[in-house]
Design a protein around this ligand. Sequence first.
Ligand code: GDP
Ligand code: FE
Ligand code: FE
Length: 203
Amino acid sequence: MKLIYSKKYTQYTRLELMEKVSAQMSKKRFTHVLGVEETAIKLAQMNNGDVEKASIAALVHDYAKERADEEMIAFIHSHHLDEELIIFGNNIWHGIIGAELIKLELGIHDEEILNAVRKHTTGDMVMSLLDKIIYVADYIEPNRRFPLVEQARKIAFENLNEAVKFETKHTLEYLIKQEALIYPKTITTYNTWVATVNRHLNK
Ligand code: GDP
Ligand code: FE
Ligand code: FE
C-alpha cells in the first residue's frame, strides 16, 4: 500500500508505526490490525473521510490489548481514572487506556484519532466519521469470522450509520447471551443508535 504520512499526526512513517504496533502484540493480532487498516482506508475513501487518520487510528486501535492486567490496573489508580473501570477487564480498558498510552509512548496527540481509539470497543452516543470508521472496520475486517459478518460487511459498504446500528445491536445481543458484564457506554450506544425512539438522531 502506498500511503505516505504527512507528519501532522505522527513523527513516524507508516512502516515505523507498524513496527511499533507489531512489537506490542502477537502475529495474529497484528494481522487483525492490518485488516482493520485496510478496511478503514476503504471506508474513509467511500465516505469522504481522512485516509491518513483512518490508517493511523486503525494501526494503533488495539495498541494496549495485550498489556498485563496489573499494569492497566496500576494505570487506572495512578491516573485517577474511574475505579468502576476495574471490574470490566481489558476488553473495556484497552481502548480507553490505550489512547493514553498512545499519547505517552507514541506521541500521537490528535484528539480525533485518540477518540476513535477510546470509542472503538463500545461506540458512543456521539460518533465522528472517524469513530464510526474504526468501530465498523474493527468488526468487519477480512480476518473476522462469525455468522453475521458477511451481512455486516454488506451493510457497511452501503451505509455506515446502519453498520454502526447493526454492530451495536448484535454485540449487545452476543454479550447478553454470554451473560457478560455490560459497560454502561455500550447501553448508551445501543439507546442512541438502535432503540427506535432515538433513530431520527442519527439519520
Ligand atoms: P478487538 O479488540 O479487536 O477484539 O475488538 P473490540 O475492542 O471491539 O472488542 C473487544 C471485546 O470486548 C469483544 O469481545 C467485544 O464483544 C467485547 N465488548 C464490547 N462491549 C463490551 C461490554 O460492554 N462489556 C464487555 N464485557 N465486553 C464488551
Ligand atoms: Fe479492540
Ligand atoms: Fe481490534
